[in-house]
Ligand binder design. Structure first.
Ligand SMILES: Cc1cc2nc3c(=O)[nH]c(=O)nc-3n(C[C@H](O)[C@H](O)[C@H](O)COP(=O)(O)OP(=O)(O)OC[C@H]3O[C@@H](n4cnc5c(N)ncnc54)[C@H](O)[C@@H]3O)c2cc1C
Length: 410
C-alpha cells in the first residue's frame, strides 16, 4: 500500500494516547491520519487496570464499558502490607471508580472510536523518518510513502521512534520502572473477584498485583523501580519465586494455571524532564514519559495528555505553532507536574519496609481514611490536590464516579 496524504494532523501510534488524540481532533473537524506499526487487536504488556482518572477521561471520550467484552468493574482494593496485614479499601458505589479490561480489547475499542470519528487509521505501518519544517512536518512511513501534516502527535510509547528520529530522547533511557505480566486462568481463590496489591518486602517500592478479569482469569504481575541496584534480568527468577508464596497461591487458588508466556516492558515516569514538544511535534502518553511515578499506571495519563495536545491544536489553529506548543506544555504542567513530585516523594516512603507498613497502618485506621485513600490511590483527585489551590473545587472526594448507573447501560 502506498500512503501519500496531506492532513491537519498525523498521529503516530494508536494506543490509548494516539486513539484519544485522533478521536478528539477528528470530531473537531480536523483531517487526521493515524499510523501504527501493529495491527489491532494487539496485546500491550500492561496490568489492564483503569484508575478513576482513566475512567473519567474514557467516559468523556465516549467509551462505554459495553464496547469492551471483558470489562470488569471493581468495587474495592485489597492491600497486603509487608508485615502480612491485609486491608480492604472499599470504593463508592455511585459510579465506577476502578475497572480492569484486557488491553487487547480496550485498545481495539479506542481505535474503533477514532475510525468512527473520521480518522484514517493505517495499521501495520511504522514511522520510519520525520522531517520537521516551520509550516508543516513530513513523516515517512516504512516504505509506504510520505505523509505531510501541520502537526504530528507522537503517541508511539516508551520506545518512541519519533523521539529517537528527532534525537530528543535521553541516550540509553530505560524507564523508571520495569514491569512483568502474565495472565492466569482457573483462578478460584479470592483473586477471581478481588483487585489485590501485595507490598512484598523484597520488591519495595515496587509491588505485585492480581487484577481480576471475567471467567476466572486474572492479570498477575509485578513491577520494580529501576533504582540502579536492582538487576532487571533477575525478574524471571523473581517471578517463579513470587508465585510460590503462600498468600499468593491462596489468593489465586491452588489450581490456577499461567496462560501463554509472560511479557515484560519498561515504564517511563519522568514527565518533569520529558521533551513535550519539538516544533510542530507534540509528545503524549508514554512517549512523554507521563506515567505515575509511584504506581506505574499510565493509561489515564496517556488519555489526559493526548486530550490536552488535541485541545491545544483545536484552540490554536494551524498557523500559531509556538502558541499551540506553549499551551500544551503549560496545561501538562498544570495537570501533572505537582502530582509527579508528590508521587516521587511518596515513593520514597514506600521504598522502606517500615514506611510501607506505617502508610498502610495509617490508611487502615478509620473508615474515612480507607474510603478516601482508595479514591486517592485510583487518582480520583490529583495526587497533589492538597497543595495546589488552583485545582481545588467544592466537592473533593465527594463527586460521583464516572459511569453513573443510569449512563453506563450501553
Ligand atoms: C507490565 C505493565 C503493567 C502496567 N499496568 C498498568 C495498569 O494496570 N494501569 C495503567 O494505567 N497503566 C499500566 N501500565 C502503563 C501503561 O501500559 C502505559 O502507560 C500505556 O500503555 C501508555 O499508553 P500510550 O498510548 O502512550 O502507549 P502504548 O500503549 O505503548 O501505545 C503506543 C503505540 O505506538 C505504536 N508504535 C510504536 N512504535 C511505532 C512506530 N515506529 N510507528 C508507528 N507506531 C508505533 C505501538 O504499536 C503502540 O500501539 C503498565 C505498564 C506495564 C509495562
Amino acid at each position: 500500500m502506498t500512503l501519500s496524504a496531506t492532513a491537519d494532523v498525523v498521529v503516530v501510534g494508536a494506543g490509548p494516547a494516539g486513539a484519544t488524540a485522533a478521536t478528539l481532533l477528528a470530531r473537531a473537524g480536523r483531517s487526521v491520519v493515524v499510523i501504527d506499526k501493529a495491527v489491532f487487536p494487539r496485546d500491550k504488556c500492561c496490568g489492564d487496570g483503569l484508575t478513576t482518572l482513566a475512567l473519567r477521561e474514557l467516559e468523556h471520550l465516549g467509551l462505554r464499558p459495553s464496547m469492551v467484552p471483558s470489562w470488569k468493574s471493581v468495587d474495592a482494593a485489597w492491600l497486603r502490607s509487608p508485615s502480612g496485614r491485609e486491608v480492604c479499601l472499599p470504593l463508592p458505589s455511585d459510579g465506577i471508580f476502578a475497572a480492569t479490561t484486557p488491553r487487547r480489547e480496550l485498545d481495539a475499542a479506542l481505535v474503533d472510536l477514532a475510525i468512527d470519528a473520521g480518522a484514517a487509521v493505517h495499521q501495520g505501518n511504522a514511522l520510519e523518518a520525520i522531517r520537521p519544517g516551520s509550516e508543516s512536518v513530513e513523516v515517512d512511513v516504512d516504505g509506504a510513502g510520505t505523509l505531510t501534516a501541520r502537526y504530528v502527535i507522537a503517541a508511539d510509547g516508551m520506545w518512541s521512534a519519533t523521539r529517537k528520529a528527532l534525537k530528543v530522547g535521553e541516550p540509553g533511557y530505560l524507564g523508571e520502572w520495569h514491569a512483568f505480566r502474565q495472565y492466569a486462568r482457573n483462578v478460584t481463590g479470592p483473586a477471581a473477584e478481588r483487585l489485590i496489591v501485595w507490598f512484598e518486602p523484597d520488591l519495595l517500592p515496587g509491588y505485585m498485583w492480581s487484577f481480576p478479569l471475567p471467567a476466572g482469569r486474572a492479570n498477575v504481575g509485578f513491577g520494580v523501580q529501576r533504582d540502579g541496584r536492582r538487576r532487571v534480568r533477575d525478574m524471571k527468577q523473581e517471578w517463579s519465586n513470587l508465585l510460590q508464596r503462600r498468600h499468593v497461591v491462596e489468593a489465586l487458588g491452588a489450581g490456577f494455571e499461567l496462560e501463554d508466556r509472560h511479557t515484560a516492558w519498561p515504564i517511563p515516569a519522568g514527565i518533569d524532564r520529558a521533551t513535550l514538544t519539538n516544533g510542530r511535534v507534540f509528545f503524549v502518553g508514554d512517549a512523554a514519559m507521563a506515567t505515575d511515578t509511584m504506581t506505574g499506571e499510565g493509561i489515564g495519563q496517556a488519555v489526559l495528555t493526548a486530550r490536552l495536545a488535541a485541545e491545544a491544536i483545536i484552540a490554536g489553529g494551524a498557523l500559531d505553532a509556538d502558541g499551540v506548543a506553549e499551551r500544551y506544555r503549560s496545561t501538562v504542567r498544570h495537570h501533572l507536574l505537582a502530582d509527579h513530585k508528590m508521587s516521587a516523594l511518596l515513593s520514597k516512603v514506600l521504598s522502606h519496609e517500615l514506611g510501607a507498613r506505617g502508610a498502610i497502618r495509617v490508611l487502615a485506621s478509620s473508615g474515612w481514611t480507607r474510603r478516601n485513600f482508595a479514591r486517592w490511590m485510583f487518582e480520583d483527585e490529583p495526587r497533589a490536590i492538597a497543595i495546589t489551590p488552583s485545582r481545588w473545587h467544592r466537592h473533593p472526594f465527594r463527586q460521583p464516579g464516572p459511569y453513573q448507573p443510569q449512563s453506563s447501560v450501553s
